[in-house]
Design a protein around this ligand. Structure first.
Ligand code: FAD
Length: 363
């Protein structure tokens, strides 16, 4: 069978790319039976991402807003607050469901419950019972991308994120908490209210590090004076650690997007920002046959992520909490604002200009 474009993976990256391809026939192949499931994401995004994702779907995908972020560091709790939302909670899988509705109504085909992989040359997409020819293949197949592994020989590196939704009372729904602890030196732990009765609590660490989540949750809840009830559901997934690919295009035919790149923010693992920035451009570029605008934007983001990767690596050596300490101080000094939620390089640059704060954070 032949399609002009085959997209492997119906996560936010694959679906958003498809939405912007208007003039070519597109087939999306998704391994799972239902898009968006199983869940894995915490769903926190900044204003830029929230705006793009709601403009593509509906305002209903944002089901909570946060006006306060509290970092629990060895130097005590440090908070950032604003009268406008600092961060938003995206309801997943509602995001994927709404993107899928739009993709289907634009006439594209979606196959679910089917796994795809690259075959021999001339067979860019193979499934259990079919081979697909395609002019373009979009590898939106997530953090373990079989296309990145087979075509580029990339070995995936990742952290494992584990989280659980609990019933809770005395919740301030407008504040989320980030905990730094020696148990999770490569990342952090989080407590994110979903509404005034439920919180999402989790941690991420290297593969093989398994922590007692209920115990961590009880400790986080007691620190902030929250009364925790029974767990409702558990889920998790992989947060890529690889640096973004030098070139997101392979042999002018295979395009990488989303966690297959990976386009995740190096310090927090947030991947929806990179998707909101790049996937519309990738879709438009495929449609027009000129990939320049996508490549230009990709290079800008990749060079920024390069420095952010470097900073995250250093933070893992000197204490993952230190960037949060610096961020809160810069914010309080009015040197950064909520737009820095997505631009950590800006925080790095401002921190280098305020050496006094940088030195204080190291003491
Ligand atoms: C614990 C955790 C917390 C997170 N929290 C946040 C957060 O707060 N904010 C944020 O912005 N980001 C967060 N992320 C990251 C975010 O979820 C991802 O960046 C985002 O989902 C990536 O989208 P994607 O479409 O690239 O990949 P995915 O969402 O992984 O989708 C890939 C799709 O491809 C399918 N697939 C894979 N292989 C194949 C194949 N061979 N054939 C067919 N289909 C295939 C999969 O089934 C899946 O549906 C978090 C991730 C984790 C694990």
């Amino acid at each position: 069978m032949h399609y002009e474009v085959v997209i492997v993976g119906a996560g936010p990256a694959g679906l958003t790319t498809a939405l912007f391809i208007k003039n070519r026939d597109v087939l999306i192949i998704e391994d799972h039976r239902r898009v968006g499931l199983p869940k894995h994401c915490t769903g926190l995004v900044g204003e830029y991402t929230a705006k793009i994702l709601t403009s593509l779907t509906t305002n209903r995908i944002i089901d909570n807003k946060y006006y306060r972020i509290i970092f629990h560091t060895p130097k005590g709790p440090l908070s950032i607050e604003s009268k406008d939302p600092l961060s938003y909670h995206v309801s997943r899988p509602l995001l994927e469901e709404k993107l899928l509705d739009r993709v289907l109504s634009s006439g594209h085909s979606v196959l679910t419950g089917v796994r795809a992989w690259p075959g021999s040359p001339g067979k860019p997409v193979v499934t259990r019972d079919r081979e697909y020819k395609a002019d373009i293949v979009v590898a939106a197949d997530g953090p373990l991308s079989i296309y990145a592994r087979k075509l580029l020989g990339r070995k995936p590196r990742f952290l494992v994120g584990v989280q659980r939704v609990y019933r809770a009372s005395s919740v301030d729904p407008g504040a989320f908490h980030v905990f730094y602890s020696g148990e999770t030196p490569w990342f952090f732990q989080w407590l994110v209210p979903l509404d005034s009765d439920r919180v999402l609590i989790g941690y991420a660490e290297r593969p093989g590090v398994v922590l007692p989540l209920d115990k961590l949750a009880a400790r986080m809840a007691s620190v902030i004076g929250l009364s925790l009830g029974s767990p409702i559901e558990s889920y998790g997934g992989l947060i890529p650690l690889n640096k973004p690919l030098r070139n997101p295009v392979y042999k002018d035919k295979f395009f990488f997007i989303g966690d297959s790149l990976p386009g995740t923010k190096p310090y927090t693992g947030g991947g929806l920002y990179g998707i909101a920035r790049l996937a519309p451009l990738l879709g438009k570029s495929i449609d027009s046959g000129s990939i320049n605008s996508f490549i230009r934007e990709y290079r800008i983001l990749r060079s920024r992520f390069y420095y952010e990767h470097l900073a995250a690596t250093i933070a893992r050596l000197i204490g993952y909490w230190r960037p949060a300490y610096i961020t809160s101080k810069l914010y309080r000094a009015g040197l950064i604002d909520k737009s820095s939620y997505d631009n950590h390089l800006e925080i790095i640059v401002k921190a280098l200009l305020r050496l006094d704060l940088l030195i204080k954070s190291l003491l």
